[in-house]
Write a protein that binds this ligand. Structure first.
Ligand SMILES: Nc1nc2c(c(=O)[nH]1)N[C@H]1C(S)=C(S)[C@@H](COP(=O)(O)OP(=O)(O)OC[C@H]3O[C@@H](n4cnc5c(=O)[nH]c(N)nc54)[C@H](O)[C@@H]3O)O[C@H]1N2
Ligand SMILES: Nc1nc2c(c(=O)[nH]1)N[C@H]1C(S)=C(S)[C@@H](COP(=O)(O)OP(=O)(O)OC[C@H]3O[C@@H](n4cnc5c(=O)[nH]c(N)nc54)[C@H](O)[C@@H]3O)O[C@H]1N2
Ligand code: SF4
Ligand SMILES: [Mo]
Length: 893
């Protein structure tokens, strides 16, 4: 057995992990007690990393199809890369370098990112290289540059312990950065005076913890921030000394914010004027640490939102000192690394700008090329639009799943179909985007790769391989390097001489010399001893926890700039036809398109299936009940989904998680609905706001299939059937055993041929293994599969209410005797008193909500829940939810 240190591959918190291996297999994952981001803790996703690594489902060999009507066939790496090089070379020869595009990811390691960026800008001669960070952090980047002069988050996680006020805006930290949220909870325990303000339209678990929750109307942040500044002015809470000594542009902004009185803004934002005043006072009192994420970034005025929040820090001098900073939380584990190497259509290495001719010349010289192209490249949405129009003919996609995660999926799917040649470099074989691949290149992934990543607080950590990659999978940087050498052999070999990730790192390091993120003092050897924050120039012994302590900023004048922008409403306001405001975002235990988390049954137990959450009054008005199927429509597409009442939402709003795409449900997932309007500066799309209508979907013919087996195999069985129903979802459940849950509904009865096809596919057609009860007149059909006396599968048609109870029995490996009398009775409902276990709140210790609620009803508080049921005692991710359950059930009592 051995232990290898690395970093979690999920969120930007960047927790250190210790990977335990035995005979070349991962057997366990623990938090690294020495890592300063998490001090040994991990959240539910981190603690189950080894389970996702064991789940399978990987892309193992290169696969190529020569024509679109064929299936891909296995090819050798040589043949795959030669083919790719030939196709790219031919297209570039005929149509120029801008006829190709590269779309990469904030989940690549810094070294991978560096090579791809150089491949596009240094070798091919196009700036058409953009990344999913465009959907994620580009408003934050632009916000920092517009105000502070550089893309550098000025604070650090330790600021949580020094803050007097923590201001969280547009971040559901409890779900999306759980270990940081644990630190906030601890800081509040130590310092009861610490104020927590949360700005979010939804009453999330993060918001529930707040002293003040500003449940603003969607997209109105700029008005709120301006109004807080208005209050600060009026009450003389600003820091004139700081403004005078270290900033510029104040007069203009002051004029603008005069208009934003709390009374007026209270109406715009839908919150009480007194709450705006309170927020302004606590903010000004400080020291104030702001934490913010997609509620600000994913907006058609995302840069304005970021900059308007930074205005508040500058106006009160809440920056550059312990506990005071605007700290934008990065979503992906290496969103920061991508920015460092300039891996976007408008950036260049080491925080250089493409529009700056000197920067272009510097980079050309560093790379040893004549020039770097001047014409800005296409950003994510624009890149896919160009593919659809036929302007970009070949697309290389690595480590991202745009056929699920981009807005306006109809357009994205059209583009992928229109492209002449699509290369997908992926670790997992079944993603929505892989289905469009002409060439699939299997990539190694977390636990198998070597390199570095940078977290939200500018801390660079080493990523180490613990096990060899499966099949023929290769490291991302190595694939890009091999391709470069074949595309233009002479130059390719000269410009891409790398033999290891370390070679790439060392070249990247050299490009940072003299830049704000100078890391010339770092090496792999040094990082192996422990992660370090940048800047870390040659000769340094420690990185810098905080920037701008001296009030000098990397702008021409050395002063930070106030940013003056009026409030603008969302791009697609609601109206009579589309009267509901659709918000989208994350769940605690799923990661994006579920290529990894969706393979582990345990990670569905917190939320089992895709749901539209709505306020109960909005549901009543539409005569909807929990579990009803609804059709959600926007101007771009529609989706059939179950609806559920949620106290988190105000009237007029709905929320659908971003995770389920066309591979896990019928349709194209939530992004069938979202719009691709984007911020004019950052070009980040407005994924958080779309106008939709919701109506009951009349699909009376329901069915549910449950089957025990291997998760990946089961999901592959279900996938081809999803699209044959108006409504369908596929998911997993169970702990020791994995059970597929396939649910579907349609307008009319299923054709007999489809019934038979599905029964055959799911192994429910063997008369020796199945027990049946059919009542044709009432349209009820129950079928149970039994092996060695144990129920291993079931199908319900007509009435499916028994599915929750049955799936738990199958997962437990219950005996067929338990269902015998139910099966043979003419009722479809489960036996009296038999229900499913319900939603699992504590995933680590497998504690279900009904048990927790019962304990609360018997008088338990948090401590009692923790000592009796043990929930919330392992990773702590469910503690906010436990608190919420206690609060709501006390109120109910
Ligand atoms: N469990 C889990 N964690 C993750 C991820 C994951 O997939 N799963 N992904 C990672 C990534 S890449 C990212 S980018 C981060 C995202 O992390 P977050 O941004 O924290 O997560 P989201 O759920 O996308 O959105 C945050 C909140 O913004 C709110 N919001 C919507 N509109 C507005 C608005 O107009 N104003 C304000 N103030 N708030 C608004 C939403 O209601 C939501 O609660 O999470 C990272 N962590
Ligand atoms: N509606 C809505 N849509 C959203 C958002 C939202 O809030 N709402 N959020 C947006 C945001 S912030 C983000 S960051 C994006 C995320 O969107 P995506 O980038 O599409 O998300 P993932 O599913 O994480 O895609 C990463 C892919 O890389 C693969 N992979 C994993 N490891 C490796 C590796 O080492 N190498 C390679 N080559 N592949 C690997 C995974 O299997 C997975 O398919 O979604 C965006 N889309
Ligand atoms: S908070 Fe959870 S998902 Fe994020 S890095 Fe830490 S363990 Fe991974
Ligand atoms: Mo993200």
């Amino acid at each position: 057995m051995s232990v290898v240190s690395s970093v979690c591959c999920y969120c930007g918190t960047g927790c250190g992990v210790l990977i335990e291996t035995d005979a070349g297999k991962m057997t366990g994952v623990r938090g690294d007690p020495m890592h300063p981001a998490n001090h040994g803790k991990l959240c539910t996703k981190g603690t189950t990393l080894h389970l996702t690594a064991q789940a399978g489902g990987r892309a193992l060999v290169p696969e190529l199809r020569v024509s679109r009507d064929e299936a891909r066939q296995r090819v050798s790496w040589d043949a795959a890369l030669d083919h790719a090089a030939e196709r790219f070379a031919a297209i570039i020869r005929e149509h120029g370098p801008d006829a190709v595009g590269i779309y990469i990811s904030g989940q690549l390691l810094t070294e991978d990112y560096y090579v791809f960026n150089k491949l596009a800008k240094g070798l091919i001669g196009t700036n058409n290289v953009d990344t999913n960070s465009r959907l994620c952090m580009s408003s934050a980047v632009a916000g920092y540059k517009a105000t502070l002069g550089a893309d550098a988050p000025p604070g650090c996680y330790d600021d949580i312990d020094h803050a007097g006020t923590i201001f969280i805006a547009g971040s559901n930290t409890a779900y999306a950065h759980p270990i940081l949220f644990r630190r906030i909870e601890e800081a509040r325990k130590r310092n009861p005076d610490l104020k927590l303000i949360v700005v979010d339209p939804r009453r999330t678990d993060t918001a529930q913890e707040a002293d003040l929750h500003l449940s603003i109307l969607p997209g109105t942040d700029v008005a709120l921030f301006h109004s807080m500044l208005n209050v600060m002015l009026w009450e003389e809470l600003i820091s004139r000394d700081y403004i005078f000594a270290h900033t510029e542009g104040w007069e203009k902004l002051r004029e603008t914010v005069r208009e934003y009185t709390p009374e007026k803004v209270a109406t715009i934002c839908g919150v009480a004027a007194a709450d705006i005043v309170q927020a302004a006072r606590w903010f000004a009192q400080g020291p104030t640490l702001s934490l913010y994420c997609q509620g600000l970034n994913q907006s058609s005025c995302g840069v304005d939102k970021n900059a308007a929040l930074i205005n508040l820090h500058l106006a009160t001098g809440q920056i550059g000192k312990p506990g005071a900073a605007p700290l934008s939380l990065t979503g992906q584990p290496n969103a920061m690394g991508g920015r460092e190497v300039g891996g976007m259509a408008n950036l260049l290495s080491a925080h250089r700008d493409l529009v700056n001719p000197e920067h272009r010349a510097e980079v050309a010289q560093l790379w040893g090329v004549d020039s770097v192209p001047e014409k800005p490249g296409k950003t994510a949405v624009e890149m896919f639009e160009a593919v659809r129009r036929g302007e970009i003919k070949a697309l290389w996609i690595a480590c991202t799943n745009p056929a699920q995660s981009m807005p306006n999926q109809a357009m994205i799917h059209e583009a992928l179909r229109a492209a002449e040649f699509v290369v997908v470099q992926e670790a997992f074989a079944d993603t929505e985007t892989v289905q469009f691949a002409d060439l699939l290149l299997p990539a190694s992934t977390w636990g198998e790769t070597d390199g570095t990543m940078t977290n939200s607080e500018r801390r660079i950590s080493r990523v180490h391989a613990a096990v060899p990659p499966p099949g023929e999978a290769r490291a991302d940087w190595a694939i890009a390097t091999e391709f470069a050498r074949r595309l233009l052999p002479e130059q390719g070999v000269r410009l891409f001489p790398y033999e290891s990730a370390e070679d790439v790192f060392n070249e990247h390091r050299a490009t940072t010399r003299g830049r704000d993120l100078d890391i010339t003092g770092l090496s792999y050897a040094l990082l192996d001893a422990g992660p370090q924050q940048w800047p870390f120039p040659a000769g340094a012994h420690l990185g810098k926890p905080r920037l701008y302590e001296d009030g000098v900023f990397p702008t021409e004048s050395g002063r930070a700039r106030f940013y003056d922008a009026p409030y603008r409403p969302v791009a697609e306001p609601i109206d009579a036809r589309y009267p509901l405001h659709l918000n989208t975002g994350r769940l605690r235990d799923q990661w994006h398109g579920m290529s990894r988390t969706g393979l582990v049954a345990r990670l569905y137990s917190h939320v089992e299936e895709p749901l539209l959450s709505m306020n109960s009054q909005d549901m009543e008005r539409r005569q909807l009940h929990d579990g009803d199927l609804v059709r959600v429509k926007s101007r771009r597409g529609s989706l059939v989904i179950k609806v559920q009442a949620s106290a988190e939402l105000r009237g007029g709003q709905g929320f659908i998680p971003m995770h389920w795409g066309g591979r896990f449900m019928a349709g194209l997932g939530v992004n069938a609905l979202t719009l691709d309007a984007f911020d004019p500066v950052s070009r980040q799309p407005e994924l958080k706001h779309a106008a939709v209508q919701v109506e009951k979907a009349v699909l009376p013919y329901r069915r549910a299939i449950m089957l025990r087996g291997d998760g990946v195999t089961l999901l592959r069985l279900a996938q081809p059937f999803l699209g044959r129903f108006d409504y369908a979802t596929a998911g997993l459940t169970g702990r020791d055993n994995t059970v597929l849950v396939f649910q579907a509904a349609s307008v009319g009865p299923l054709p007999e041929s489809l019934v038979q096809e599905m029964d055959a596919a799911f192994g429910l057609d063997d008369p020796l293994l199945t027990m049946n009860y059919q009542d044709a007149r009432r349209g009820i059909w129950k079928k149970v599969r039994v092996e060695d006396g144990v129920i291993t599968g079931a199908r319900l048609s007509g009435e499916t209410v028994a599915q929750d109870w049955l799936k738990d029995l199958i997962a437990e490996g219950a005996s067929a005797m338990e269902v015998r009398s139910w099966l043979l009775a003419p009722v479809a409902l489960p036996p009296a008193g038999k229900t499913g276990r319900g939603h699992i709140v504590c995933n680590c210790l497998n504690v279900a909500e009904p048990d927790i609620v019962a304990a609360i009803a018997a008088g338990a508080d948090l401590a009692a829940l923790q000592s009796n049921l043990k929930c919330g005692t392992e990773c702590g991710s469910c503690v906010p939810e436990l608190k919420r359950l206690i609060a709501s059930n006390r109120v109910a009592a």
